[in-house]
Design a protein around this ligand. Structure first.
Ligand code: PGA
Length: 255
């Protein structure tokens, strides 16, 4: 059984005070949801503040990016060891915004994932096709290529620590979600790729769905066999919507 994982990706939003206020409101709302993992990825500037606010809770701290080098002349960048020092348990790598706006390649994403594992930080590796790729019928080719390239440096014995986030670009921030069946089709494909590459470790890897996940669609998404949680952008900015997502209702029972 894979343990679901929900992560809040705040992107370039929230000051330190806003971040701390969010955590204070969120924690009581998700009290009792012990069966899932929860992580919050604030901007770098709020990591320390959120780390303090989360102390004593079971919510993990996550970063939104990392540089694969340990130190050096890389103006504006943040090293894996610095994230470890802040207490980050996870870091998002290869988000489609970074791939599209900052030219991140699969090779770079792969080196970030490896560098994070060396610091015992779990990478959340994002993949996903854009609209023209989907319309051209290339979704699985694109996702397969991104997966192979982005996970190329993950050692087999560390595979289970890696989280994959399937985020169709056309569904991010658009209000348009993949239907649960469409998402499952790709998640099932991702699962087969992971098992082919990592063997039994691939069965344990969690695959999040991302792209306009909201309180009103999370239950149906989570009912799919290979959807193991969500990477949430817009709906993670308010404690009440994010907590409702974390407290999803599995089919036929309470979470
Ligand atoms: P969204 O963003 O939930 O606002 O669509 C998801 C993401 O970019 O990770």
């Amino acid at each position: 059984m894979r343990r679901p994982i929900f992560a809040a990706n705040w992107k370039m939003q929230k000051t330190r005070a806003e971040a701390a206020e969010f955590v204070e409101k969120l924690l009581p709302l998700i009290d009792g949801t012990d069966a899932v993992d929860v992580a919050i990825a604030p901007p770098f500037t709020a990591l320390d503040r959120v780390a303090k606010a989360l102390r004593g809770s079971r919510v993990a701290l996550a970063a939104q990016n990392v540089n694969p080098e340990e130190q050096g002349a890389f103006t504006g960048e943040v090293a894996p060891g610095m994230l470890a020092d802040l207490g980050c348990a996870y870091a998002i790598v290869g988000h489609s915004e970074r791939r599209a706006l900052y030219g991140e390649s699969d090779g770079l994403v792969a080196s970030k994932a490896r560098a994070l594992l060396e610091r015992d930080i779990r990478p959340i590796v994002c993949v996903g096709e854009n609209l023209s790729e989907r319309e051209a019928g290339n979704t699985l080719d694109v996702v397969g290529r991104q997966l192979a390239g982005s996970l190329a440096e993950v050692p087999h014995e560390r595979a289970a620590e890696v989280v994959v986030a399937y985020e169709p670009v056309w569904a991010i921030g658009t209000g348009e979600t993949a239907t649960p069946e469409t998402a499952q089709e790709v998640h099932g494909f991702v699962r087969r790729q992971l098992v082919d590459r990592f063997g039994p470790g691939g069965e344990q890897m969690r695959i999040q769905y991302g792209g306009s996940v909201k309180p009103d669609n999370v239950d149906a998404l989570m009912a799919q066999p290979d959807i193991d949680g969500a990477l949430v952008g817009g709906a993670s900015l308010q404690p009440d919507t994010f907590s409702r997502i974390v407290c999803f209702q599995p089919p036929g029972g309470a979470s």
